[in-house]
Design a protein around this ligand. Structure first.
Ligand code: FES
Ligand SMILES: [Fe+2]
Length: 355
């Protein structure tokens, strides 16, 4: 499977990259070690020593975090990946270097540019509303590792008709199944919008809204940017009224491929519910419930279904072998797949791709 290389991938939430010490992860098959330099800026290196390929995260940081020392035989590399110290001799072999990746901390995430071309900082999708810290407007920022291909999970997120079945009683219900769907493209950004007027409020939105179960207009507008960075504006309002008079929840759904069949799913939600008054304890309780419900839906409902869907395709020869029957609800996922392929050819046209 080939992945786009010349693009930004969210490696992790900022909160998971400590001030001191190292963490490691894998992005599109590349083993990475991450740490912060003495100024707190993220450093990302290939997590494989060029000597005998020990993972560098098993070593230690030294020289005030300007070097990383391999834990096996002590070669030291600076933050650009060059070997600057060989404890066994005065000679440093010219091949003694590790690859350094451009990294940027933005919107409370650590983004890594995985290709060789010049990184485009303005190409990082806008998740600025997740930059807030210390407010109770942002849910827990969480990450779970899924044993599924990231494009299958993208299909799941760009076709939210499944909430009526897979998330019945939590994020949706049978009464919402006939939604109106529109797909719009703005440059390389895709918007997949779904609305269900005059329906009973889905469970989580009833919790956030008036908790009276009366009908609402429901919407879910998903923004997609390559490779799999999504922002869902979902909400409810009184039937026929302006959306601004209701409440909305903006959900970050960012999928970072680890390998063909493993994906890191980063998610969080920001709420906009100023139209509902609550006391502080009630607010905290409700948003803790929202965090729990979302995690339950993604981990206990989406992942098992997508994994089973993947297993069925692998049994038939692999992903992409079977030709699916297409429904109107597939318009968003199909457009995203086409756009991703176009962008992949443009972004990586000068590079050889992963096999
Ligand atoms: S494996 Fe790193 S110095 Fe030997
Ligand atoms: Fe889902």
């Amino acid at each position: 499977m080939s992945f786009i290389k010349n693009t930004w991938y969210a490696a992790m939430w900022s909160q998971n990259l400590p001030e001191d010490g190292m963490v490691h992860t894998t992005v599109i098959g590349e083993l990475l070690v991450l740490y912060r330099d003495m100024n707190g800026l993220p450093v990302v290196l290939q997590d494989r020593c060029p000597h005998r390929f020990a993972p560098l995260h098993l070593g230690k940081l030294c020289a005030q975090k300007s070097r990383i020392q391999c834990g096996y035989h002590g070669l030291e590399f600076d933050n650009s990946g060059l070997c600057v110290h060989n404890p066994h001799s005065e000679t440093i072999p010219s091949m003694a270097k590790v690859r350094a990746f451009k990294a940027v901390e933005r919107h409370s995430l650590i983004w890594v540019w995985m290709g060789d071309s010049e990184p485009l900082e303005n190409a990082i999708p806008d998740f600025s509303l997740f930059s807030e810290v210390g407010t109770n407007r942002i849910s827990r920022r969480e990450s779970i590792e899924l044993e599924v291909n990231y494009q299958l999970m993208t299909d799941n997120l760009l076709d939210l008709s499944h909430v009526s079945f897979l998330h019945d009683g939590v994020l949706g219900h049978a009464g919402m199944v006939r939604g109106e769907i529109t797909v719009e493209q703005d440059g390389s950004t895709l918007h997949v919008k779904r609305s269900s007027p005059n329906v009973a409020p889905p469970g989580m939105f009833d919790l956030l809204y008036k908790r009276n179960g009366l009908p609402v207009d429901f919407w879910a507008d998903m923004r997609w940017n390559a490779p799999a960075c999504m922002l869902n504006n979902a909400g409810v309002c009184q039937p026929g009224s302006d959306r601004s008079a209701g409440i909305s929840l903006l959900g970050a759904h960012i999928l970072t491929p680890i390998s063909e069949f493993r994906t890191m799913y980063h998610f969080a939600a920001a709420r906009f519910d100023e139209n509902v008054r609550r006391n502080a304890d009630d607010e905290r309780f409700i948003f803790e419930q929202v965090s729990n419900l979302r995690r339950y839906a993604f981990e206990e409902q989406d992942e098992p279904m997508v994994l089973a869907q993947q297993t069925a395709q692998i049994a038939a020869g692999g992903l992409g072998v079977l030709k699916p029957v297409l429904l109107n609800i597939d318009a968003g996922p199909m457009r995203a797949r086409r756009l991703l392929e176009e962008l992949r050819q443009i972004a990586d046209s000068s590079e050889s791709e992963d096999a």
